[in-house]
Structure formats: structure tokens, C-alpha cells
Design a protein. Structure first.
Length: 472
């Protein structure tokens, strides 16, 4: 007898090619613990509707608990004949408690609302796991940023020297990007926390079931309001994949900077041996593989959200089999990030920085020109004119092959009378940093406050990540 959940009206078996194309159990098996938890909740409402008596409910729960243990310890596995995770688990339940009771579980639900519910449960839990690993990367960045608050480095725009910055400030920008990613998961979770169970195939059920009780049992905040939307909505998948893609982009940007910092040309950072590899032909090489793989994996993550949106863009009405594409993309996105994030945390936490080299490079490229312009503004000169004055100072220094602080008092005075010898107060890296003391500026005093606030926020994000909505 076939274990398929359909087929009574068919007179022949599906072809091998059809069965292979249709099968999803080889990737949707990760949903098994969630499907079993959902089945236990469904059994309770079947009991409440008078469709299972107390002894049958007890036997059903006993069988589901046994099945869960067998799944978790690998004793029960799907077979090639099982079309999907739902088919395999029903087979497993019937093997344990028999078909007389096990066959009643399917009443009032469809694979359509089952899979939509399972996937929401899986992604809600997985969002916390990914967020927890993101916080670990942020903690590594926070430790490095705190150690380098007082160390100056060149700040860049257009990959050109712009203004000196606290290197702690430079590192901390990545903390804020990743915080937004976790906050997006938190915001996404508010929309994902609605249960589709009770939607049936698309129109609900004529049985006297209680979708609200199932939703509460499974850790949801409520029930989707439209049964057709309940089985056909995959916005929550597309949005989840967008967040994971953006995490990938942020990892890629951090990875790119690590590649630059550790290059011979920059020479700012040294990679730890545990987080780098060598060359098969060049003995001297130490390659930033984690950073490079983070850049590469971002393309994979971007591809997943693009694929999901393409699947969704032309689907008519309720459930269509196209939606089976939702799981491989989301599962792979999660697994990809859970590979990259711990490696990035390890890489960041073990980087060694050459602070002397960064300090020496900080004023290069006439990086203090803006300080001259702003000093002139304080003398009452309009910024439009001050910008031209600072530019003239750059031309003069460039013409004689020196930096700005090597211009003489006479040269400054000849450029503009406002440029008194007191202008030299701002022609130091430390002076430049200290002057930028706004709440979000790069002055070390400001950066310390920013990092203290970031530490508090990381604690809040960690607290959210450690609370699992679905106990499986």
C-alpha cells in the first residue's frame, strides 16, 4: 500500500521522472520536528471537536512523542517512496500506533496549511539562531572597536583619503549595520507570527476545529485572517530571504575591508593563522579566505531572494506547486549564514592591527584640509570661501611636495589673512579627531559613548534571539 497522502482517484502510479520531480522529502525533512509539534496541537483540537476521544488523544500524543524521538536520534528516516516530510511522518505514526487512530490525524488539515505553518515555525526559530550568531560577530567587532578608540586611521570616501577617524569608530560602523539586520528579523517576526493552520487546502474546514487554540499552542500571536492567503502567502519567505541577503551584503562589505586591511599595500591588519589559508604553490602566502568566502556567499544569498520573488510574481489564486521552491532557498540561506557567521566572528576577534602605521597614514592625502576650512569658518569667513581657501592650501602644499602642516606661516598668510599661525592648532590628527565631538562623531569621547550604547543594544538583541517561539 502506498504511503502517499493522495491517489485514490488515480489508476496508475506516477512515473519515476514525475515522482523524482515531485519529491521534496530530501530537503523538507528539516521541518519534521515542527510538523510533529503541529500534529500534537492539531490532535488536541480534534479532541476538542469530538473527533478524537481522550484515549485516542493520549495514544496519538504517545505515538507522536515516540516518533519525535526516533526522528531526532535518526532511527526513523524518510524513504525514497515518501513524497514529502508530511507523508513520511504519517507513515511513521501509523507504524507506531496503527491506522485506526493514526489515520484520524489528517482530518481538518491539508498539506497546504501544514507546510505553510511548518515553514513559519522553522524560519521563526532559525531567525533567532542566525541573530544569535550575528550578535557574536558584533561582540567581536565591539571588542576590537573598544581597543582602538584612541587609535587614529585614515577615513575614506571613494576609497581616497578623506579625514582622520578613530579606528574604533571605523570598526563600529559594522556593528550598527548588523544591528539593523537583527532588528529587521524582529520586525519580520511580528508578521510571521500568524498561524495558517485551519486554512485547510484553501477554504478552511467544516469540522468544528479551533485555529486560535492551535496558534497559541504553537507559539504564534494569532491566526491569518484569510484562509486563501494563509496557504498561498510566501511574503514571509521573501522577506526573510531579503534580510538574509542583506546580512550577506553586510558581511561582504566587512570582508572586503578585511581583504584591503590585510593586503601588503595597506598593511594595517595581520590575519591569525587559524582564520586564513596558504597557497599550494607560493609558500609565503596568507590568504583572507573567510573574508573572500563571505563576499562570495553574498551572491548566493542575493540569488535566493531573487529566485523567490520570481516564483511569486505570476502565481494565480491559492496554493500552487511552484511554492515548493520556498524551502530549498530558505534552508540554504540559513545554512550558509551559519557557516559564515562563526568564521567571521573568529576572524574579526583575532585580527592584529598595526596602529602606528594607521596613525602615520591618517593625515596623508591632505586629510586635514577640511579642518582648515572649518577653522576659517570659525573666523567668520563663509564656508563657500573657506572651501576655496583650504583648496588653495592643498595646491600650495602639493606644489612643493609637502603636507599641509609643512606650509610656513608666511605661506598661510599669503593664501588668506584669516590663516594666522593659530591655524596650526587644527593641523594635527588628534586635534582633528577631538574636534568632531558631536553625538555621532569620531571624537574618542563620543565614540566611547556610542560603544557603550551599542553594548546595551547588543544585550537587548541577544535577549530576543535566545527566546525560542516554538519548542520542538
Amino acid at each position: 500500500m502506498t504511503s502517499r497522502l493522495w491517489g485514490a482517484r488515480f489508476t496508475s502510479e506516477p512515473s519515476d521522472a514525475m515522482a523524482n520531480l515531485s519529491a521534496s522529502v530530501h530537503f523538507d525533512w528539516v521541518l519534521a520536528p515542527f510538523d510533529i509539534a503541529q500534529s500534537k496541537a492539531h490532535a488536541r483540537v480534534l479532541n476538542g471537536a469530538g473527533l478524537l476521544d481522550a484515549s485516542e488523544l493520549h495514544l496519538m500524543h504517545f505515538g507522536l512523542d515516540q516518533l519525535r524521538e526516533q526522528v531526532l536520534n535518526g532511527f526513523f528516516v524518510a524513504t525514497p517512496e515518501d513524497e514529502d516530510v508530511h507523508t513520511a511522518l504519517e507513515r511513521g505514526l501509523i507504524e507506531i500506533i496503527g491506522g485506526a487512530v493514526g489515520g484520524k490525524l489528517r482530518a481538518g488539515r491539508s498539506r497546504n496549511d501544514q507546510v505553510a505553518t511548518d515553514l513559519r515555525m522553522y524560519l521563526r526559530n532559525s531567525a533567532r539562531v542566525v541573530a544569535s550568531e550575528l550578535v557574536e560577530v558584533q561582540n567581536a567587532l565591539l571588542a576590537q572597536a573598544s581597543a582602538h578608540v584612541d587609535h587614529a586611521a585614515p577615513g575614506f570616501t571613494h576609497l581616497q583619503h578623506a579625514q582622520p577617524v578613530s579606528f574604533g569608530h571605523e570598526l563600529a560602523k559594522h556593528i550598527h549595520a548588523f544591528s539593523r539586520d537583527v532588528e529587521r528579523f524582529i520586525d519580520w517576526d511580528k508578521r510571521a507570527a500568524k498561524s495558517p493552520m485551519g486554512s485547510g487546502a484553501l477554504a478552511g474546514s467544516s469540522l468544528d476545529l479551533d485555529p486560535v487554540a492551535v496558534a497559541s499552542d504553537l507559539g504564534f500571536d494569532g491566526v491569518v485572517e484569510n484562509s486563501i492567503d494563509g496557504v498561498s502567502d510566501r511574503d514571509f519567505v521573501a522577506e526573510f530571504l531579503f534580510i538574509t541577503a542583506l546580512v550577506g551584503v553586510h558581511l561582504s562589505r566587512l570582508g572586503e575591508e578585511i581583504c584591503l586591511w590585510s593586503s601588503r599595500e595597506f598593511g594595517w591588519a595581520t590575519l591569525d593563522d587559524a582564520w586564513s589559508t596558504g597557497s599550494s604553490i607560493m609558500p609565503q602566502k596568507k590568504n583572507p579566505d573567510v573574508a573572500e568566502l563571505a563576499r562570495g556567499k553574498s551572491g548566493r544569498l542575493i540569488g535566493h531572494v531573487t529566485a523567490m520573488l520570481t516564483v511569486l510574481k505570476g502565481l494565480p489564486f491559492a496554493y500552487n506547486r511552484d511554492l515548493q521552491e520556498d524551502k530549498e532557498s530558505s534552508i540554504d540561506a540559513i545554512e550558509t549564514l551559519l557557516l559564515v557567521l562563526p568564521a567571521m566572528a573568529g576572524t574579526v576577534s583575532t585580527l592584529k592591527f598595526d596602529v602606528d602605521k594607521m596613525l602615520k597614514s591618517a593625515p596623508e592625502g591632505f586629510a586635514l584640509a577640511t579642518d582648515i576650512a572649518e577653522w576659517v569658518v570659525k573666523q567668520g569667513v563663509p564656508f563657500r570661501e573657506a572651501h576655496e581657501i583650504a583648496g588653495a592650501c592643498v595646491r600650495a602644499a602639493e606644489a612643493q611636495g609637502t603636507d599641509l602642516d609643512e606650509l610656513s606661516d608666511q605661506q598661510f598668510a599669503e593664501i588668506h589673512p584669516s590663516l594666522t599661525p593659530a591655524v596650526r592648532e587644527v593641523l594635527t590628527v588628534q586635534g582633528s579627531l577631538d574636534a568632531r565631538s558631536t553625538i555621532n562623531g569620531t571624537a574618542p569621547a563620543s565614540v566611547r559613548v556610542q560603544l557603550a550604547n551599542a553594548q546595551v543594544r547588543l544585550g537587548q538583541l541577544h535577549d530576543w534571539a535566545k527566546v525560542t517561539p516554538h519548542d520542538v
